[in-house]
Design a binder for this molecule. Sequence first.
Ligand code: FDP
Length: 344
Amino acid sequence: MTKPISLTRYLIEEQHAGRINADLRLLIEVVARACKTISHAVGKGALGGVLGDAGTPGAASINVQGEAQKKLDVIANDVLMEANAWGGHLAGLASEEMDHSQPIPDAARRGNYLLLFDPLDGSSNIDVNVSVGTIFSVLRCPDGVTSPGDEHYLQPGTAQVCAGYTVYGPSTMLVLTVGNGTHAFTLDREIGSFVMTTRGMRIPEDTKEFAINASNQRHWEAPVQAWVADMLAGKDGPRGKDFNMRWVASMVADVHRILTRGGVFSYPLDAKCRDKGGKLRLMYEANPMAFLVEQAGGAASTGRQRMLEVQPTALHQRVPVFLGSRNEVATAIDYHRRHDGAGG
Ligand code: FDP
């Protein structure tokens, strides 16, 4: 049996193959190291005093999205900010937890990449000991820009040079792409390093499993109502097969399941989030997941457009999301096309 390779060795091999440069390699190492620290904090749970809301009793702290922040949201954000600010590989960073992006102030330590992240995705699961995760995306800083502002991050997902997430579950796993396949690394807690456990994850093209928050059903658009109703009709319905349903309510955990055994994940437009454009954030949730999923042979769409081709207009922009097994995503798109074509 060949010995599994470490994340460090994988990244050095990618550099030697000319697929990444030294700066991007070191940037990914810094993010991975920060995720180990977050994993440690998540793993301590109630013993570490890290559960519950941030802020003071009766005055919970609220983030830019208007959501109550958990203590671990704040801790994870601080860890990632602190680790990356002085690494020398970034021109700026942006987080779900901050109103605006932050340029790296010191020119001497400034690099050419932009890092976007959702420090702790799936916050509602923190206090109940269910998997949460960190999602990140790396873009190039446009040429000639020395102090990037929010507008310099507004690049479509096709411009990503790297994307990944860490899922803090029974084991901590880092799933990564630099545009040459999607690979999974498991944290060896004894030696403290990520070890490659799956090279080239593949999402089966077909599936019988879908993930959606069905409590929003009455608020969905007509094509989504029809798509889900036909799946629920099972063998006796137009799809002619029975489907199973899963919903962890941590995007990282749901996407990890899909990368591991297939399925389709959707957070569609609904009446509650229509004014905002959707629930999930394009730049640091949908785009990095779309890159990982496409690199594993799956597909990702808004229902009406390939996710990676959406031209962002705002840092915290939200979008509808359909991703996973490519034939089922194509089916969801088809329901939208037929509905829109019929003048819906
Ligand atoms: P959360 O707000 O708890 O951080 O990022 C948004 C997200 O979680 C996703 O991780 C998850 O898939 C979804 O929201 C859960 O939304 P619902 O609570 O509406 O099911």
